[in-house]
Design a protein around this ligand. Structure first.
Ligand code: SF4
Ligand code: MG
Length: 340
């Protein structure tokens, strides 16, 4: 069985409260019916503009947020398939070590009063896996694995650069031998020159420790570099899923085309038809009718205002949610090899 994680109909609504009595007057549909299947050993990216629900999806999958509806099945190495959202606290304690997270901001996600050694050791102390000499050795090993040095264990986070702090965060995430790591914008706070180093480290670690990544990012260039498959999210829904090459060079959903048109072009002369995204991202508290993209879509027809397009296979495991996915000839990214 090569499936590690299945997400079915996942929803996360946040109540909007108003007035003195804090009455619930509506809901922000942050995640509005997400289905995903993630295979063992792959890097599966979720990409979308800020506020599209990608981070909330990641956090709800790990049950750092309670879902409003839906199922997450995690295939645990010993327990087999476990419904994360229904798991009791005892089961959660068993499965949590195998599902870890790396946060966007290594500056605020590390406790500045703890030594780096303590930060990395903490999950092992909490889960009672190692202590004493063995724990110290393991911390030294983890520091080496992420490209730092054992003597760094006695220092504090402020002594490190952004890239090094992200390495510390990665070492901590590796401490309990995870199978799945949710990487939530792991390089977005870093300088471009450092981003590539951290992405390369993540790729090395994946190979070495058989890791599966759910990689959340707003940055298509980063996603193209690291992902095997990509899901595009828009206003709480998945609107396209395909292998990275398919998604970038043969997009089937107009929103994806619009996102790709904003990528920097390798050759300035190729900037023939930039599909500029007009209009605002709709509010997930009050989304439009039908296809959520219709107010901004250059191809929208009458049906788009009335009927919600379902995410469906448009050929070769390429899923798209667009009424006209089979008819439209959309423009993908410009391949680097096209530069004369
Ligand atoms: Fe555009 Fe209609 Fe397709 Fe939505 S369903 S992306 S509005 S063409
Ligand atoms: Mg986010």
């Amino acid at each position: 069985n090569d499936t590690l994680l299945e997400v079915k109909g996942l929803k996360k609504y946040f109540p909007i409260k108003q007035g003195f009595l804090r009455r619930v007057v509506g809901h922000v549909r942050a995640v509005d019916g997400v289905d995903l299947t993630i295979k063992r050993g792959e890097t599966f990216a979720i990409v979308g503009e800020s506020g599209c629900g990608k981070s909330t999806t990641g956090r709800t999958i790990l049950r750092l947020e309670e879902p409003t509806e839906g199922e997450v099945i995690f295939h645990h190495s010993e327990l087999g398939p476990v419904n994360v959202e229904k798991a009791d606290s005892k089961t959660l304690r068993r499965i949590r070590p195998e599902m870890q997270i790396i946060f966007q901001d290594p500056f605020s996600s590390l406790d500045s009063r703890m030594t780096v050694g303590r930060i990395i050791a903490e999950p092992m102390i909490i889960n009672n896996t190692l202590s004493g000499r063995a724990l110290k050795d393991r911390v030294a090993e983890l520091l080496t694995v992420v490209g730092l040095r054992p003597e760094h264990a006695s220092r504090y986070p402020h002594a490190f650069s952004g890239g090094q702090r992200q390495r510390i965060g990665i070492a901590r995430a590796l401490a309990l031998n995870p199978k799945l790591i949710v990487c939530d914008e792991p390089v977005s706070a870093l300088d471009v020159s450092v981003q590539a180093q951290v992405l390369n480290l993540l790729e090395d670690l994946q190979e070495r420790f058989d890791l599966t990544y759910l990689f959340i990012s707003h940055d298509l260039s980063v996603v193209e570099h690291i992902a095997d498959r990509v899901a595009v999210m828009y206003v709480g829904r998945v609107v396209e899923v395909a292998s990275t090459d398919e998604l970038f060079y043969n997009p089937k959903m107009p929103y994806t085309e619009a996102l790709l048109s904003a990528l920097p072009k390798p050759d300035p002369r190729n900037r023939v038809r930039p599909t500029v995204l007009s209009g605002e991202v709709p509010s997930p508290a009050n989304p439009p009718s039908g296809c959520y993209f219709h107010p901004r879509c250059p191809y929208a027809q009458e049906i788009c205002k009335k009927e919600t397009p379902q995410l469906r296979d448009v050929g070769g495991n390429h899923l798209a949610a667009c009424h006209f996915a089979d008819q439209l000839q959309l423009k993908g990214a410009t391949p680097l090899t096209e530069v004369p």
